[in-house]
Design a protein around this ligand. Structure first.
Ligand SMILES: NC(=O)CC[C@H](N)C(=O)O
Length: 228
């Protein structure tokens, strides 16, 4: 598995996602936002978390139009795997690779806390290491994580089984209390139509070692390492 992490001015989770991918056995390189090509043989393009371009205009709005995103769009169109985490999810929506938008959190504040998620399907390149409806313990840290889509788009995403993760409580229940940014249908992450692109707001890369946080995030990177 060859992964290329696209780094923008303001990205701050690239080193963490690189460590998580290397722990899973992937070969990792980084691509500066001004590049117009991904390294030859790239299987997975990764858009990491952070505050690209200072979150000016909207989170991900400027990065979604960066030169490197042309290469990411071409990679996705060829069926290549793309993973966007937090700011990376916002960039995927701003670049048109995923539907919907990430609005300001419902409390209009930056939230940063442990978060349990329910794994909605396990037949994708990103989640094969998990069990159906497994509850995993990771974290969130964002100001604009409130997923929204118009009713027709939301019905299509749900109807096509494109919700990857939902915010839930420790028992796997989709409660209002567990959905602290106010996302529609407790959506924490979604797939593209072909399910080769995944965007999610939580940070699985923080949870790959028991000494610091836990290991529930490993499944995503182990699934990906075996996907190519
Ligand atoms: N951790 C992140 O990637 C944060 C994303 C974005 N800067 C926000 O605050 O919503």
């Amino acid at each position: 598995m060859k992964a290329a992490i696209v780094v923008f001015p303001g990205s701050n989770r690239d080193a963490d996602v690189a460590r998580a991918l290397r722990l899973a056995g992937a070969e990792v390189s980084t691509v500066w936002h001004t590049e117009t090509e991904l390294p030859a043989g790239t299987d997975l393009a990764v858009l990491p978390g952070g505050f690209s371009y200072g979150d000016y205009l909207r989170c991900g709005a400027i990065a979604g139009r960066a030169h490197a995103m042309d290469a990411v769009r071409a990679h996705a169109a060829r069926g290549g795997l793309v993973l966007g985490i937090c700011n990376g999810f916002q960039i995927l929506c701003e670049s048109g690779l995923l539907p919907g938008v990430l609005m300001r959190n419902v409390n209009r504040r930056f939230i940063c806390h442990r978060q349990t998620l329910r794994v909605e399907r396990t037949d994708t390149a990103f989640t094969r290491a998990y069990a159906q409806h497994q509850v995993i313990d990771v974290c969130v840290a964002h100001g604009e994580g409130n997923y929204f889509a118009d009713p027709e788009t939301l019905a299509r995403i749900e109807g096509e089984g494109r919700v990857a993760f939902r915010y839930c409580d420790e028992a796997g229940q989709l409660t209002v209390k567990a959905n602290r940014n106010g996302s529609l249908n407790s959506i924490a992450g979604i797939y593209s139509e072909a399910r080769n692109v995944l965007g999610l707001m939580p940070h699985p890369e923080n949870f790959v070692e028991g000494l610091v946080g836990g290991t529930d995030g490993r499944g995503l990177f182990e699934s990906l390492a075996k996907a190519a």
